[in-house]
Ligand binder design. Structure first.
Ligand code: ADP
Ligand code: MG
Length: 380
């Protein structure tokens, strides 16, 4: 482990639930999948050969249908669930090799967890609930109070220190849950469907606050969700799980523009991808369709249009493939790599040739046809 960008790294992790994990693993090694292993042995594979890394300071979302293994995965990270096989590294240190005492220390100091059920103690005040983890960790009273108050302030609950959980709304109770995790100042915050039980408006508000908090603190957050809108809104990268396996990991843009299979595609059905896709996510450059403006070539028949570039690679004009018609670029509205797709659509509609996509220096980075646009936007 030398890559310091990676805070958490897991290698070939399996979790088998049941009393005969070794038998299940033998079948896995013989090439059997989750379903066959269950049929033959009755053992349930919760996580199946997961290998990936989470980067320092990112919000990493784990998405998947119910039963796909998300909760199992996140509990493997702090070994609330012991992996059947495989290795887990935190900051380059192997978690899977720690003694019980070392592990307890890691859980207290490095990993904070927020659950869907707020899991507050009803007879304890907001302040006591927030300081609870610190008390267990042996932090002294005044330090506990200071850190708990600070955490409550971060989640917008200053002034509520002496309330009791039953006096708070669901959203406020979850803020306490979040404050309790933050009070420990964990290296990684694990959130398992933490907002799933909240009303839509409150949920959206909490998402916004989490994004803000993360931007300020640059804390690594691993967030589990089964809701694609939530995943896209808060995730820098998203891992999609199906049947215990991690099927694909990518930015929201990558998952939308290049879904690995139909399962991934299904999540984006009904999602308006033009809201988050940018021209650069779809543009591709065909070298056969470009040439230097002062050394015109005859383009391959059928290529459609040629893009003439200057010494700097900047787009000067577009010609049809017989080079008879020139389209000057001067009066065209330029499309850049970061131009939102819905803006590109209206520009594409006015051009006879695929839209040239430029970087901020005006260099041609790729083109986008009307067909490509419609296919991408229509396929979800
Ligand atoms: P998710 O959080 O994505 O809904 P889980 O991680 O809870 O999924 O579950 C993944 C799979 O593992 C499911 O098939 C579930 O039934 C099974 N599973 C989870 N926990 C246990 C357990 N303690 N014993 C047996 N099977 C379990
Ligand atoms: Mg779950």
């Amino acid at each position: 482990m030398t890559n310091t960008d990676e805070i958490l790294s897991i290698k070939n992790i399996y979790k088998v639930f049941g009393s005969h994990p070794a038998e299940a693993m033998q079948l896995v090694e013989a090439g059997f999948g989750k379903k066959e292993v269950f049929e033959k042995t009755g053992q349930v594979i919760g996580v199946f050969d997961a290998t990936f890394s989470v980067k320092r300071g990112e919000i990493f979302v784990i998405m998947g249908l119910s039963g796909s293994g998300k909760s199992t995965m996140v509990r493997l990270f702090n070994r609330l669930i012991e992996p059947t096989s495989g290795k887990i590294y935190l900051n380059g240190r192997e978690i899977t090799g720690l003694t019980d005492k070392e592990l307890l220390d890691v859980r207290r100091k490095e990993m904070g967890m927020v659950f869907q059920s707020f899991a507050l103690m009803p007879h304890m005040s907001v302040l006591e609930n927030t300081a609870f983890g610190l008390e267990i960790a042996g932090v002294n009273e005044s330090e506990r109070q200071r850190r708990a108050k600070e955490a409550l302030q971060q989640v917008g609950l200053s002034g509520q220190e002496h309330s009791y959980p039953h006096q708070l709304s669901g959203g406020m109770q979850q803020r306490v849950g979040l404050a309790r995790a933050l009070a420990n100042d964990p290296t990684i915050l694990l959130m398992d469907e933490a907002f799933s039980a909240l009303d839509p408006l409150i949920r959206s508000e909490m998402q916004g606050e989490l994004i803000k908090l993360q931007a300020e603190q640059k804390r690594t957050i691993i967030f589990i969700s089964h809701d694609i809108e939530e995943a896209i809104r808060i995730g820098h990268r998203i891992a999609i799980m199906e049947g215990g396996r991690v099927i694909q990991i990518g930015t929201p843009q990558e998952l939308i523009s290049q879904p690995a299979n139909d399962y991934v595609r299904t999540f984006f059905k009904g999602f308006d991808s033009s809201k988050i896709l940018k021209a650069g996510d779809l543009a591709r450059l065909d070298p056969d369709s470009t040439c230097h403006v002062e050394a015109p070539k005859s383009f391959k028949p059928g290529i459609g249009f040629g893009y003439l570039l200057n010494d700097q690679g900047q787009l000067v004009s577009v010609v049809d493939d017989s080079s008879t018609t020139h389209y000057s670029q001067h009066e065209q509205q330029p499309v850049y790599l970061d131009t939102p797709l819905h803006e590109v659509l209206s520009i594409a509609a006015t051009l006879p040739y695929p839209v040239p996509v430029l970087d901020r220096n005006g260099s041609l980075k790729g083109t986008l046809s009307k067909n490509q646009l419609l296919q991408t936007l229509g396929s979800h």
